[in-house]
Design a protein around this ligand. Structure first.
Ligand code: DCP
Ligand code: MG
Length: 384
């Protein structure tokens, strides 16, 4: 046979070589609560809630599946959880233990591939394209990872396997706990059409409510709406949503994400002028930052308050101290001081944010805290 290749057939060959990706998403089941049940056998099979105490206006970090049957879920006020499930066992979080387990599971992931992107303590994406021929083989790797997690930690994980991140994550959630779900390219369209909008990546309560008001319930509706309309309504994010609904997501698994800061911010439903109202919001934000810092096992030297006025003008004020900021309790007096320098009761605030940067590793933090009284201020600087 005559084996000449013209430009076209070379192109065809190249396309044939371009493999479909194989992405895994692994997520442990009821992470904090499962660890507590593992370490306290007397709590197994019982409704366990990890988080703040109901007596001190705490919130639920997570609940065991036994407690979820009563409607208890993450971020719910603990008092509500107690009302829904009076027999629940409330336990405080033990972050050091959760971090140690996290390191164990991340090490298991990294044995399979260097392309591991952790999303939180108990969750990561893995790109195993290079190791497999198809998603069935990728599912075998996922099964092996689940087995190793069980053998080494006595915990269960759920796995999602697909050709992109978005669908892998959806898949891992589909049959929790202890699930393993593959969504192939052939299955994706039907799966996404039936998927409720809340499950789409990046759709929070506000976007979901807006979509539902427009009669958009699922992926099929999103697709029908078309890219242009979604862009008009939600900007860039709307365009992204359209592509997800069409099962297109080519975001790579990014293993190295050097973190520069930990922050939380909120755009207020209505602009506010009242300082104590702002302080209450800062308290919530500081608690969220505290939780994230605790999950990552770090602190940060610099604390920044971010304010956007109703005029959209953005201002930040920052303060630093050697021993770092780790808890909301440490952040709040400083945030109040920074806020009082900004707010005059006349201008209204549209957005508030709390950011901790200049991050310190656990070792650096221990070292810094050994020598400095926590209440001592190092320096204070102001950024325009
Ligand atoms: N977490 C928290 N506050 C939240 C959400 C989560 O403190 N609002 C913590 C507790 C969880 C852990 O992070 O155990 C992992 O979060 P997941 O969303 O993966 O939830 P779980 O692992 O608890 O449950 P699931 O089986 O649904 O993954
Ligand atoms: Mg989880």
């Amino acid at each position: 046979m005559n084996e000449t290749h013209d430009g076209n057939s070379l192109e065809v060959m190249r396309n044939m070589q371009e493999k479909v990706r194989a992405i895994l998403h692994l997520d442990l089941d009821a992470f904090y609560a499962s660890i507590e049940q593992r370490d306290h056998p007397e709590y197994r099979g019982k409704p366990v809630i990890v988080g703040g105490s109901p007596d001190r206006r705490g919130v639920v970090a997570t609940a065991s599946y036994e407690a979820r049957k009563f409607g208890v879920h993450s971020a719910m006020p603990s008092r509500t959880a107690q009302r829904l499930c009076p027999q629940a066992i409330f336990l405080p979080a033990r972050f050091e233990v959760y971090q140690a387990v996290s390191q164990q599971i991340m090490a298991i992931f990294r044995q399979q591939t260097a392309l591991v992107e952790p999303l939180s303590l108990d969750e990561a994406y893995l790109d195993v394209t290079a190791a497999v021929r198809d998603l069935e083989e990728a599912a075998r790797i996922a099964r092996e990872i689940k087995r190793q997690i069980w053998d080494q930690t006595n915990l269960t994980a759920s796995a999602g396997i697909s050709y992109c991140k978005f669908l892998a994550k959806i898949a891992s959630d589909a049959h929790k706990p202890d699930g393993l779900t593959v969504i192939s390219q052939d299955e994706a369209p039907a799966f996404l059409e039936a998927l409720p909008i809340e499950k789409f990546f990046g759709v929070g309560k506000v976007t979901a409510a807006k979509l539902r008001e427009l009669g958009i319930q699922n992926g099929a509706d999103l697709k029908h709406m078309g890219e242009e309309r979604l862009r008009d309504l939600f900007g860039k994010h709307g365009g992204q949503l359209y592509h997800y609904a069409c099962s297109e997501d080519d975001r790579p698994v990014e293993p190295i994400r050097e973190r520069k800061s930990v922050g939380k911010e909120v755009t207020l439903e209505r602009d506010i002028r009242n300082r104590s109202e702002m302080e209450r919001i800062l308290e919530t934000l500081a608690l969220q930052v505290e939780r994230r810092l605790a999950e990552l096992g770090i602190a940060g030297r610099t604390l920044t308050l971010k304010v956007r006025w109703s005029t959209f003008e953005l201002v930040t004020r920052a303060a630093s101290r050697t021993q770092g900021f780790q808890s909301a309790q440490e952040m709040l007096p400083v945030l109040r001081t920074l806020l009082s320098g900004l707010v005059d009761g006349k201008r209204a605030v549209r957005l508030l944010g709390v950011i901790v940067s200049g991050l310190l590793s656990p070792d650096e933090m221990r070292h810094a805290r050994q020598f400095v009284t926590p209440s001592l201020w190092e320096e204070e600087h102001v950024q325009a």
